[in-house]
Every structure is written in C-alpha cells, then in structure tokens.
Design a protein around this ligand. Structure first.
Ligand SMILES: [Cu+2]
Length: 137
C-alpha cells in the first residue's frame, strides 16, 4: 500500500470513530432550579428519555445546594448496582454529591438499565417535590 493509501485508510478509520462517538452519545441537559420565596424547586425538563451511553448533565441554575438521588423503590438490584457505579462522587446508595454553586454540573453516563422509568429527586428539596424521571425506552 502506498503512503497516500495508508493515510486515506487512517483518515477513514478516524472519521468512523469520531462519527460513532458523536452519533451515539446524546447529552441531555437538565437544569436544577430553586426559588425559596416561591417555594418552587425542580428539574427542567422533569422527564428525560435517554439511552445507554447518553449523558445526563445536571446543571445548577439557582437555589443551591442541590443533589441528585435516584429512588430505589422497586428498582431491580442489577439496575441499582449499575447506577451506583455510574454516579461519580456518591455520598451513599444512589445519592450524588452536594452541588453548592450556581453553574456547577453533575454528569452521569447512563449505564445499561432495563427499560422503564427511573425516578430521581433532589435530596435537599424533597419536601418541595423536586423530582424528575429518566425513561429508558
Ligand atoms: Cu434542590
């Protein structure tokens, strides 16, 4: 094979790799908002449909501190284990770290999970029913 041939094979290979990463992974931005005066705390959007390998990118808009926790009620054991592994800096089972600053982000790469709905909530604002749902189709 000529040098030019090898280069074009390499370029083709890299193009496939890059396209695979960009095409296969969707980033879902979810804002955490809070307004003490209005008693309004929540996630926007509150429902996210996503697939394995996608990224949930939570971002503190206002009303910190917030933290993301998944509701383990009825969750299969394997799903719990997978989610625990996928949550960086956990403080306990299915509970992420405290996000204290505006603009702070928390990323979860969605692991292999059975199809279904996974409820998550803000640990610090449960009383305001700040919650959302991750739907795995
Ligand atoms: Cu909160």
């Amino acid at each position: 094979m000529t040098t030019r041939g090898r280069v074009s094979v390499l370029v083709g290979f890299l193009a496939v790799v890059v396209a695979g990463q960009l095409g296969g992974q969707t980033i879902h931005d979810v804002e955490l908002r809070g307004d003490l005066a209005k008693g309004d705390y929540g996630f926007s959007p509150a429902e996210i449909s996503a697939r394995r390998g996608d990224v949930l990118r939570f971002r503190v808009l206002s009303g910190a501190p917030h933290s993301i926790a998944f509701d383990s009620t009825g969750m299969p054991r394997a799903a719990k284990a997978a989610l625990n592994r996928a949550m960086p800096g956990r403080v306990s089972q299915l509970r992420g770290p405290l996000l204290v600053k505006e603009g702070e982000t928390y990323r979860i790469v969605i692991p292999r999970l059975p199809s279904g709905s996974y409820r998550f909530y803000c640990l610090t604002h449960q009383v305001y029913e700040a919650a959302g749902t991750l739907v795995i189709p």
